[in-house]
Write a protein that binds this ligand. Structure first.
Ligand code: NAP
Length: 277
Protein backbone atom coordinates (compact mmCIF):
# COMPACT_ATOMS: atom_id res chain seq x y z
CA UNK A 1 0.00 0.00 0.00
CA UNK A 2 1.22 3.53 -0.74
CA UNK A 3 1.56 6.10 2.07
CA UNK A 4 -1.35 8.03 0.48
CA UNK A 5 -3.58 4.95 0.76
CA UNK A 6 -2.40 4.36 4.33
CA UNK A 7 -3.29 7.99 5.12
CA UNK A 8 -6.80 7.78 3.65
CA UNK A 9 -9.72 8.32 6.01
CA UNK A 10 -11.25 4.95 5.08
CA UNK A 11 -8.04 3.06 5.93
CA UNK A 12 -7.65 4.94 9.22
CA UNK A 13 -11.25 4.28 10.21
CA UNK A 14 -10.78 0.56 9.56
CA UNK A 15 -7.69 0.35 11.78
CA UNK A 16 -9.05 2.57 14.54
CA UNK A 17 -7.12 4.29 17.31
CA UNK A 18 -4.08 3.15 19.28
CA UNK A 19 -3.70 4.43 22.83
CA UNK A 20 0.00 4.49 23.76
CA UNK A 21 1.23 5.13 27.28
CA UNK A 22 4.69 6.61 27.74
CA UNK A 23 4.54 8.09 24.24
CA UNK A 24 6.64 11.18 24.94
CA UNK A 25 10.02 9.47 24.49
CA UNK A 26 11.87 6.24 23.76
CA UNK A 27 9.99 3.10 22.79
CA UNK A 28 6.54 4.70 23.13
CA UNK A 29 7.37 7.59 20.80
CA UNK A 30 8.58 5.17 18.12
CA UNK A 31 5.39 3.11 18.47
CA UNK A 32 3.51 6.38 17.89
CA UNK A 33 5.54 7.06 14.76
CA UNK A 34 5.19 3.58 13.31
CA UNK A 35 1.50 3.20 14.10
CA UNK A 36 0.62 6.62 12.65
CA UNK A 37 2.50 5.69 9.48
CA UNK A 38 0.64 2.36 9.35
CA UNK A 39 -2.66 4.28 9.38
CA UNK A 40 -3.74 4.32 13.02
CA UNK A 41 -5.13 7.37 14.76
CA UNK A 42 -3.48 7.92 18.12
CA UNK A 43 -4.06 8.88 21.72
CA UNK A 44 -0.73 9.74 23.32
CA UNK A 45 -0.37 9.48 27.09
CA UNK A 46 2.50 10.72 29.29
CA UNK A 47 3.30 13.62 31.63
CA UNK A 48 5.39 15.87 29.38
CA UNK A 49 2.82 17.96 27.49
CA UNK A 50 5.40 19.85 25.43
CA UNK A 51 7.00 16.71 24.03
CA UNK A 52 3.62 15.11 23.36
CA UNK A 53 2.48 18.23 21.48
CA UNK A 54 5.68 18.31 19.40
CA UNK A 55 5.28 14.64 18.47
CA UNK A 56 1.62 15.22 17.63
CA UNK A 57 2.42 18.12 15.28
CA UNK A 58 5.14 16.13 13.53
CA UNK A 59 3.04 12.99 13.02
CA UNK A 60 -0.08 14.92 11.98
CA UNK A 61 1.95 16.67 9.29
CA UNK A 62 3.61 13.47 8.11
CA UNK A 63 0.57 11.19 8.13
CA UNK A 64 -2.66 13.16 8.55
CA UNK A 65 -3.51 10.96 11.54
CA UNK A 66 -6.03 12.18 14.11
CA UNK A 67 -3.98 12.49 17.28
CA UNK A 68 -5.02 13.57 20.73
CA UNK A 69 -2.91 14.03 23.82
CA UNK A 70 -3.94 12.87 27.26
CA UNK A 71 -1.52 14.34 29.78
CA UNK A 72 -1.47 11.98 32.76
CA UNK A 73 0.78 10.86 35.56
CA UNK A 74 -0.18 7.20 35.67
CA UNK A 75 0.94 6.89 39.29
CA UNK A 76 -1.76 9.40 40.21
CA UNK A 77 -5.15 7.77 40.73
CA UNK A 78 -7.18 10.69 39.31
CA UNK A 79 -5.00 10.92 36.19
CA UNK A 80 -5.11 7.17 35.71
CA UNK A 81 -8.91 7.33 35.96
CA UNK A 82 -8.96 9.75 33.01
CA UNK A 83 -7.10 7.25 30.85
CA UNK A 84 -9.34 4.43 32.03
CA UNK A 85 -12.40 6.53 31.15
CA UNK A 86 -10.96 7.17 27.68
CA UNK A 87 -10.52 3.43 27.11
CA UNK A 88 -14.14 2.83 28.09
CA UNK A 89 -15.79 5.75 26.32
CA UNK A 90 -13.86 5.89 23.04
CA UNK A 91 -15.05 2.95 20.98
CA UNK A 92 -12.64 3.81 18.16
CA UNK A 93 -9.78 2.43 20.32
CA UNK A 94 -8.61 -0.88 18.88
CA UNK A 95 -5.11 -1.08 20.35
CA UNK A 96 -3.49 -0.44 23.73
CA UNK A 97 0.29 -0.16 23.95
CA UNK A 98 0.95 -0.50 27.68
CA UNK A 99 4.46 0.91 27.53
CA UNK A 100 5.03 3.55 30.23
CA UNK A 101 7.59 2.33 32.71
CA UNK A 102 10.55 3.34 34.80
CA UNK A 103 13.51 1.47 36.26
CA UNK A 104 14.96 1.65 39.74
CA UNK A 105 18.67 1.46 40.37
CA UNK A 106 20.47 -0.57 43.04
CA UNK A 107 19.67 -3.49 45.34
CA UNK A 108 16.48 -3.86 47.36
CA UNK A 109 18.37 -3.72 50.64
CA UNK A 110 18.73 -0.05 51.41
CA UNK A 111 16.51 0.98 48.48
CA UNK A 112 14.62 4.24 48.29
CA UNK A 113 11.19 2.79 49.02
CA UNK A 114 9.27 5.77 47.67
CA UNK A 115 11.02 5.26 44.35
CA UNK A 116 10.23 1.53 44.40
CA UNK A 117 6.61 2.23 45.26
CA UNK A 118 6.30 4.70 42.36
CA UNK A 119 7.81 2.14 40.00
CA UNK A 120 5.39 -0.58 41.11
CA UNK A 121 2.46 1.84 40.75
CA UNK A 122 3.47 2.56 37.16
CA UNK A 123 4.96 -0.73 35.91
CA UNK A 124 2.46 -3.01 37.66
CA UNK A 125 -0.63 -1.25 38.99
CA UNK A 126 -1.37 1.18 36.15
CA UNK A 127 -0.46 -1.42 33.52
CA UNK A 128 -2.79 -3.96 35.14
CA UNK A 129 -5.74 -1.59 35.43
CA UNK A 130 -5.38 -0.45 31.81
CA UNK A 131 -4.93 -4.03 30.58
CA UNK A 132 -8.04 -5.11 32.46
CA UNK A 133 -10.20 -2.29 31.13
CA UNK A 134 -8.94 -2.67 27.56
CA UNK A 135 -9.58 -6.43 27.80
CA UNK A 136 -13.15 -5.86 28.93
CA UNK A 137 -13.80 -3.45 26.05
CA UNK A 138 -12.03 -5.53 23.41
CA UNK A 139 -13.74 -8.76 24.47
CA UNK A 140 -17.13 -7.05 24.25
CA UNK A 141 -16.26 -5.90 20.72
CA UNK A 142 -14.63 -9.23 19.78
CA UNK A 143 -11.53 -7.46 18.50
CA UNK A 144 -8.49 -5.49 19.64
CA UNK A 145 -4.76 -5.70 20.21
CA UNK A 146 -3.13 -5.38 23.60
CA UNK A 147 0.64 -4.95 23.80
CA UNK A 148 2.46 -5.04 27.13
CA UNK A 149 6.08 -3.94 27.27
CA UNK A 150 7.96 -6.26 29.63
CA UNK A 151 11.73 -6.86 29.49
CA UNK A 152 14.20 -9.71 29.07
CA UNK A 153 14.98 -9.36 32.78
CA UNK A 154 11.64 -11.12 33.31
CA UNK A 155 13.56 -14.22 32.16
CA UNK A 156 16.97 -13.31 33.56
CA UNK A 157 16.37 -11.55 36.89
CA UNK A 158 20.03 -11.93 37.87
CA UNK A 159 20.96 -9.49 35.07
CA UNK A 160 19.46 -6.48 36.85
CA UNK A 161 18.06 -5.48 40.21
CA UNK A 162 15.35 -7.31 42.15
CA UNK A 163 12.49 -4.84 42.10
CA UNK A 164 12.55 -3.79 38.42
CA UNK A 165 13.04 -7.38 37.24
CA UNK A 166 10.12 -8.49 39.40
CA UNK A 167 7.81 -5.86 37.88
CA UNK A 168 8.70 -7.13 34.42
CA UNK A 169 8.25 -10.81 35.42
CA UNK A 170 4.79 -9.73 36.55
CA UNK A 171 4.07 -8.22 33.13
CA UNK A 172 5.21 -11.39 31.36
CA UNK A 173 3.13 -13.64 33.61
CA UNK A 174 0.08 -11.38 33.35
CA UNK A 175 0.30 -11.36 29.57
CA UNK A 176 0.65 -15.13 29.24
CA UNK A 177 -2.45 -15.78 31.33
CA UNK A 178 -4.40 -12.89 29.80
CA UNK A 179 -3.78 -14.41 26.38
CA UNK A 180 -5.28 -17.67 27.62
CA UNK A 181 -8.29 -15.78 28.98
CA UNK A 182 -9.17 -13.53 26.05
CA UNK A 183 -7.60 -14.71 22.79
CA UNK A 184 -10.67 -16.91 22.22
CA UNK A 185 -12.72 -13.70 21.94
CA UNK A 186 -10.70 -12.39 19.03
CA UNK A 187 -8.34 -10.21 21.08
CA UNK A 188 -4.63 -10.37 20.22
CA UNK A 189 -2.22 -10.12 23.14
CA UNK A 190 1.55 -9.66 22.98
CA UNK A 191 4.33 -9.19 25.50
CA UNK A 192 7.46 -7.54 24.14
CA UNK A 193 10.70 -8.33 25.95
CA UNK A 194 13.32 -5.76 24.96
CA UNK A 195 16.92 -6.21 25.96
CA UNK A 196 18.97 -3.10 26.63
CA UNK A 197 17.58 -0.41 24.32
CA UNK A 198 19.04 3.04 23.80
CA UNK A 199 16.46 5.33 25.46
CA UNK A 200 16.34 7.81 28.32
CA UNK A 201 15.35 5.15 30.85
CA UNK A 202 18.95 4.64 31.88
CA UNK A 203 19.77 8.26 32.69
CA UNK A 204 16.36 8.65 34.33
CA UNK A 205 17.11 5.82 36.73
CA UNK A 206 20.63 7.05 37.46
CA UNK A 207 22.52 4.46 35.41
CA UNK A 208 25.35 5.64 33.16
CA UNK A 209 24.52 4.15 29.74
CA UNK A 210 28.16 4.64 28.71
CA UNK A 211 29.08 1.75 31.02
CA UNK A 212 26.68 -0.69 29.31
CA UNK A 213 28.25 -3.13 26.82
CA UNK A 214 27.76 -1.75 23.29
CA UNK A 215 27.17 -5.23 21.83
CA UNK A 216 24.10 -5.58 24.04
CA UNK A 217 22.42 -2.28 23.16
CA UNK A 218 19.74 -2.12 20.45
CA UNK A 219 18.64 1.11 18.79
CA UNK A 220 15.06 1.98 19.65
CA UNK A 221 13.79 2.09 16.02
CA UNK A 222 15.07 -1.43 15.39
CA UNK A 223 13.48 -2.65 18.62
CA UNK A 224 10.02 -1.30 17.80
CA UNK A 225 10.13 -2.46 14.16
CA UNK A 226 11.01 -5.97 15.35
CA UNK A 227 8.25 -5.88 18.00
CA UNK A 228 5.69 -4.88 15.36
CA UNK A 229 6.95 -7.64 13.04
CA UNK A 230 6.33 -10.06 15.92
CA UNK A 231 2.83 -8.62 16.35
CA UNK A 232 2.15 -9.05 12.62
CA UNK A 233 3.29 -12.68 12.95
CA UNK A 234 0.81 -13.21 15.78
CA UNK A 235 3.47 -13.86 18.42
CA UNK A 236 2.39 -13.92 22.05
CA UNK A 237 5.96 -13.31 23.27
CA UNK A 238 8.39 -11.29 21.20
CA UNK A 239 12.06 -11.22 22.18
CA UNK A 240 13.52 -8.97 19.49
CA UNK A 241 17.15 -9.99 19.85
CA UNK A 242 16.66 -13.76 20.23
CA UNK A 243 18.09 -15.35 17.05
CA UNK A 244 16.61 -18.85 17.40
CA UNK A 245 12.95 -19.18 18.41
CA UNK A 246 13.62 -22.84 19.25
CA UNK A 247 15.38 -21.61 22.42
CA UNK A 248 12.11 -20.05 23.56
CA UNK A 249 10.04 -23.08 22.53
CA UNK A 250 12.39 -25.36 24.48
CA UNK A 251 12.14 -23.10 27.52
CA UNK A 252 8.33 -23.27 27.41
CA UNK A 253 8.49 -27.05 26.94
CA UNK A 254 10.74 -27.41 30.00
CA UNK A 255 8.25 -25.38 32.03
CA UNK A 256 5.33 -27.47 30.75
CA UNK A 257 7.19 -30.64 31.86
CA UNK A 258 7.10 -29.37 35.45
CA UNK A 259 3.32 -28.91 35.20
CA UNK A 260 1.95 -32.31 36.27
CA UNK A 261 4.17 -32.34 39.36
CA UNK A 262 3.65 -28.81 40.66
CA UNK A 263 0.60 -29.60 42.76
CA UNK A 264 0.24 -33.08 44.29
CA UNK A 265 -1.37 -34.65 47.32
CA UNK A 266 1.92 -35.50 49.02
CA UNK A 267 5.31 -33.89 49.44
CA UNK A 268 8.12 -35.26 47.33
CA UNK A 269 9.99 -38.14 49.00
CA UNK A 270 13.07 -35.97 49.64
CA UNK A 271 11.01 -33.80 52.00
CA UNK A 272 9.40 -36.69 53.88
CA UNK A 273 11.57 -36.93 57.00
CA UNK A 274 11.28 -39.88 59.36
CA UNK A 275 9.59 -38.68 62.56
CA UNK A 276 11.90 -38.93 65.57
CA UNK A 277 10.42 -39.58 69.01
P1 NAP B 1 11.85 6.23 28.40
O1 NAP B 1 12.42 6.80 27.15
O2 NAP B 1 12.32 6.77 29.71
O3 NAP B 1 10.28 6.33 28.28
C1 NAP B 1 9.44 6.13 29.38
C2 NAP B 1 8.08 6.75 29.05
O4 NAP B 1 7.22 6.55 30.17
C3 NAP B 1 8.16 8.25 28.79
O5 NAP B 1 7.29 8.58 27.74
C4 NAP B 1 7.66 8.85 30.09
O6 NAP B 1 7.05 10.09 29.80
C5 NAP B 1 6.65 7.81 30.53
N1 NAP B 1 6.42 7.87 31.97
C6 NAP B 1 7.33 7.76 32.96
N2 NAP B 1 6.73 7.92 34.15
C7 NAP B 1 5.41 8.12 33.89
C8 NAP B 1 4.28 8.37 34.71
N3 NAP B 1 4.39 8.44 36.05
N4 NAP B 1 3.09 8.55 34.12
C9 NAP B 1 2.97 8.50 32.76
N5 NAP B 1 4.00 8.26 31.94
C10 NAP B 1 5.21 8.09 32.51
O7 NAP B 1 12.13 4.67 28.49
P2 NAP B 1 11.84 3.46 27.49
O8 NAP B 1 13.06 2.65 27.48
O9 NAP B 1 11.26 3.91 26.22
O10 NAP B 1 10.75 2.66 28.34
C11 NAP B 1 9.53 2.21 27.80
C12 NAP B 1 9.23 0.84 28.37
O11 NAP B 1 10.20 -0.10 27.91
C13 NAP B 1 9.25 0.74 29.89
O12 NAP B 1 8.17 -0.04 30.35
C14 NAP B 1 10.56 0.03 30.17
O13 NAP B 1 10.53 -0.67 31.39
C15 NAP B 1 10.64 -0.90 28.98
N6 NAP B 1 11.97 -1.44 28.69
C16 NAP B 1 12.98 -0.60 28.35
C17 NAP B 1 14.24 -1.15 28.11
C18 NAP B 1 15.42 -0.28 27.75
O14 NAP B 1 16.56 -0.78 27.80
N7 NAP B 1 15.22 0.97 27.35
C19 NAP B 1 14.45 -2.52 28.21
C20 NAP B 1 13.38 -3.33 28.56
C21 NAP B 1 12.14 -2.78 28.78
P3 NAP B 1 6.92 11.38 30.76
O15 NAP B 1 8.21 11.54 31.48
O16 NAP B 1 6.58 12.47 29.79
O17 NAP B 1 5.77 11.05 31.67
Amino acid sequence: MTQAQLNSDAHRASLGTALITGASSGIGSIYADRLAHRGYDLILVARDQVRLDELTDKLRTETGAKISVLRADLTNKADLALVEHQLISDTSITMLVNNAGIAANGPLAGANLNQIEGMIKLNVLALTRLASIASTEFVARQQGKLINIASVVALAPEMFNASYSATKAYVLSLTQTLHQEISKYGVQVQAVLPGITRTEIWERSGIDAANLPAAMIMEVDELVDAALAGLDDGELITIPSLPDTADWTNFIAARAKLGPNLSRQHAAPRYQRVATS
